[in-house]
Design a protein around this ligand. Structure first.
Ligand code: BEZ
Length: 231
């Protein structure tokens, strides 16, 4: 398997000057790619199939923060499975290095990665997704998270500095919100969690709301109506 091949031909990250990374935005199609990974060659869109995905980058292998993150994502697998989400990690080191690191992750975190970790030594996927932030680090990726829906649209993008471990519970929380608000005409308020009241979107009239939200609602302002989370 060759190293990462992308459908957009971008120059190597080392030839930094003149590199044009795609500027991805919410609603864009997540760029497809094929690459080596710890579970064998991966074609990103095909791998996600009809479900959701998260793609998240790690600066490099055998680094302490990433070790804790990968163990935690492995521990969360049942939660991702419940939501039909496949996790895909990415680090710039080769597959053999990823595999060696997995043993340390198992030993120190109690969980070895149970999802593919892409090997991206030439930064093709990293450049495709804007994971290289040269003013922050010339060589290694920052920590990004992309949530991709079943239509392969990007629904969430978060970028963290290298020295801050991500909050994957927050990623799950956003996925819960996205899946709920795709299914019902609601939005989720600040710090919302599963089971808590949600907001009826302003475009729904009170008349329509009577049929859609039989449990009723509380009007704090005409534009702020709270209702129990729809099932
Ligand atoms: C880490 O994953 O631990 C890490 C990576 C790059 C810089 C600092 C920390």
């Amino acid at each position: 398997m060759p190293s990462a091949h992308t459908s957009h031909c971008l120059p190597d990250a080392h030839a930094r000057k003149g590199v044009h990374q795609l500027t991805l935005r919410l609603g864009d199609t997540a760029p497809d790619f094929t690459a080596d990974s710890t579970t064998g060659p991966i074609a990103f869109h095909e791998y996600l199939g009809d479900g959701w995905g998260i793609l998240f980058s790690h600066p490099r292998d055998f680094t302490p923060v990433c070790t804790t993150e990968l163990g935690y994502v492995a521990r969360l697998k049942p939660e991702f499975d419940k939501r039909h989400v496949k996790a895909v990690g990415l680090s710039i080191d080769p597959v053999e290095s990823h595999k060696g690191w997995a043993k340390d992750i198992q030993e120190t975190q109690g969980h070895a990665p149970n999802f593919p970790i892409v090997a991206d030594p030439d930064r093709k996927v990293a450049n495709l997704y804007g994971m290289m932030h040269p003013a922050h680090d010339e060589v290694f990726t920052v920590r990004t998270v992309f949530v991709v829906d079943p239509k392969k649209k990007i629904r969430l993008m978060i970028t963290y500095p290298q020295t801050t471990g991500r909050n994957f519970d927050e990623i799950l929380r956003v996925i819960d919100s996205l899946q709920l608000t795709d299914a019902h005409r609601v939005a989720t308020p600040v710090n919302w969690k599963q089971g808590e009241d949600v907001i009826i979107v302003p475009a729904v009239t009170d008349e329509e709301a009577k049929a859609k939200f039989p449990g009723g609602w509380k009007t704090l302002k005409p534009y702020l109506r709270l209702t129990p989370q729809p099932k």
